[in-house]
Design a binder for this molecule. Structure first.
Ligand code: ADP
Ligand code: MG
Length: 532
């Protein structure tokens, strides 16, 4: 049988152009949502990760009604991008400044390029980037496309002008065939959810219908930015070590020095232990390591005992205060609580789970608790059903045990997982897989805040019961006042001043004790106290 197969290789750009759904661009509605997301996330990474209070301007405009072409632009006040990097950052797939061990929203070096690829597929306008790097006195403007076959930037226009204002940041504008009507609710939800955990940001959003949403900055407190760290011995594999050796650019380096310099928690003693366990010599040149040597090295690294867990310095949590602030502002609940747990690790990657809860007040009860999922400060909106956070909150926690009665839940549970490696289920970053260690930690965290809620509900219930008792006493006041009045005035007269005075005084006394809020006053009306 003669083979008719044709063999070829394609570039990463071609691959994602052929499989846009892998990056979240499956149709015009998802594409519009995903474009906003990628640009907003890059804008936030360029600000808060670097300690800058974010100010974002996001706009979606319909520029061609017949072809449904939308213009999406996002402006930030971040660190900007050096001009020589701009073409690659925006038009070479898998090019990034975030391939380091430090928590950021981006991690694949794909997001904005996936948006540009999709943009190029159905309309012809190029990507526009305007940026002024922090400290630079110039403003750089580019018009770019991606050469999909070669995975290279095509620079259509490049200009630079003076920037006397001192403004630094980036404005990115992308045109694409989208569907606002279908994506509207998801995009708004995305921005609202971003704001809940980013109350230190100021966000303006203009939609294609001409509505302007303004989210004011609620605090100047910004979470502690993450620090770049070295890999933990448990967290590397053969290919990663090869990559690390490659990164040393052929500079001579002995194995022992490499271990101490390039890994977390590896000092003299641990390096010796690794060498012993692997049977490799301390003086071996790393460029001379064979694949078999590296495999032995990885084995030895995994076998290290008593090694400190991976450093959480690379992580940046939101923090209990900001979570509570965001939940209060967005939901106006009667109770909020939050917890930021201690760092944990899975497969050598550090992670921290944070959980916030909002209960009652203005929250409309639902058949299930509302779950707000976040990973590395990104709100996850789609694919809820397959996410481990949703699974824990809705399927694994028995909320009745925490004092929630009935089958309606006036409850919002936010979960934030941060890690140098979030185990997303796809490059579209919409759901987190059920890694055992993470699932267990999420459950513990939810239970911890749930217990706070339980205490609140049970105290409230006790208070309510005490009040109800007093309310019952109110019913006896006319009778008691009458007996007393008869006793004092020596005659039975319901109209007597003594009776009225006594009744008023007693009622007042009890009501003062009750210290009712408005809702309870209404409940009291239901008891027809007026008629007493
Ligand atoms: P990722 O965010 O995963 O790194 P992207 O394709 O979204 O991948 O972005 C590529 C790179 O472009 C980023 O790593 C960053 O260095 C740079 N970049 C993109 N947008 C901005 C921005 N608004 N400000 C500063 N740098 C940016
Ligand atoms: Mg990105």
């Amino acid at each position: 049988m003669s083979s008719q197969e044709k063999y070829a290789t394609i570039s990463p750009a071609e691959f994602f152009k052929r499989n846009p759904e892998l990056a979240g661009f499956s149709n015009p509605s998802r594409a519009l949502y995903q474009t906003v997301r990628e640009l907003v996330e890059n804008a936030l990474d360029a600000t808060d990760v670097h300690g800058i209070l974010p100010s974002l301007k996001t706009e979606i405009a319909l520029v061609d009604e017949v072809r449904q072409i939308y213009r999406v632009s996002v402006e930030d006040n971040g660190i900007g991008i050096p001009p020589h990097v701009i073409p690659n950052a925006f038009a070479r797939v898998l090019y990034s400044s975030k391939y380091v061990l430090r928590q950021s929203r981006g991690m694949y070096g794909l997001g904005v390029k996936a948006a540009v690829l999709y943009s190029q597929m159905y309309q012809e306008r190029p990507l526009e980037v305007v940026s002024s790097p922090k400290g630079s006195k110039r403003l750089y403007m580019f018009k770019l496309k991606i050469d999909v076959v070669k995975n290279e930037p095509i620079i259509l226009e490049r200009r630079s002008v003076e920037n006397p204002t001192g403004w630094h940041g980036t404005i990115v504008t992308i045109h694409l065939v989208g569907d606002w009507i279908r994506s509207k609710s998801k995009i708004l939800e995305y921005i609202k959810r971003t704001y809940i955990i980013t109350p230190y940001a100021e966000i303006v959003f203009k939609d294609p219908e001409g509505n302007v949403y303004y989210f004011e900055r609620l605090t100047n407190k910004i979470p502690k930015p993450p620090k770049e760290v070295k890999p933990h011995p448990y967290g590397v594999d053969i290919e990663q070590i090869k990559y690390m050796i490659h990164q040393t650019d052929g500079k001579p380096m002995k194995l022992k020095e490499f271990l101490i310099k390039e890994f977390q928690h590896v000092g003299e003693a641990t390096a010796e232990e690794i060498l012993n366990k692997s049977g490799l010599r301390a003086g071996l040149e790393i460029s001379k390591l064979t694949d078999a040597d590296i495999a032995r090295l990885v084995e030895a690294l995994k076998k290290l005992e008593k090694l400190k867990p991976p450093s959480p310095e690379a992580l940046s949590v939101i923090g209990e205060d900001l979570i509570e602030l965001g939940l209060r502002k967005s939901f106006n609940p009667e109770f909020v609580a939050a917890v930021t747990r201690k760092p944990k690790a899975y497969q050598g990657h550090p992670f921290i789970v944070e959980v916030g809860i909002a209960y009652g007040g203005a929250i409309t009860p639902q058949p299930e608790p509302v779950v707000l999922r976040y990973a590395n400060k990104i709100p996850l909106i789609y694919d809820e059903g397959s996410d481990v956070m949703y699974k824990v909150v809705v399927k694994e926690i028995d909320w009745k045990r925490y004092g929630i009665e009935g089958d309606q839940y006036p409850l919002v549970v936010m979960i934030h997982l941060c890690s140098t490696k979030v185990p997303y289920k796809s490059a579209g970053k919409e759901s987190v897989s059920d890694v055992e260690e993470i699932e267990r930690e999420i459950k513990n965290a939810v239970q911890e805040v749930a217990r706070k809620l339980e205490r609140y509900i049970s105290e409230k219930k006790k208070e309510m019961e005490a009040k109800m008792k007093l309310i019952t006493y109110l019913k006896y006041i006319p009778e008691v006042s009458q007996s007393l009045a008869t006793f004092i005035a020596n005659k039975r007269d319901m109209q007597s001043d003594v009776y009225k005075e006594l009744k008023a005084a007693l009622t007042n006394l009890v009501l003062k004790r009750l210290n009712l809020n408005d809702v309870e006053k209404l409940q009291l009306d239901a008891y027809k106290v007026e008629e007493l």
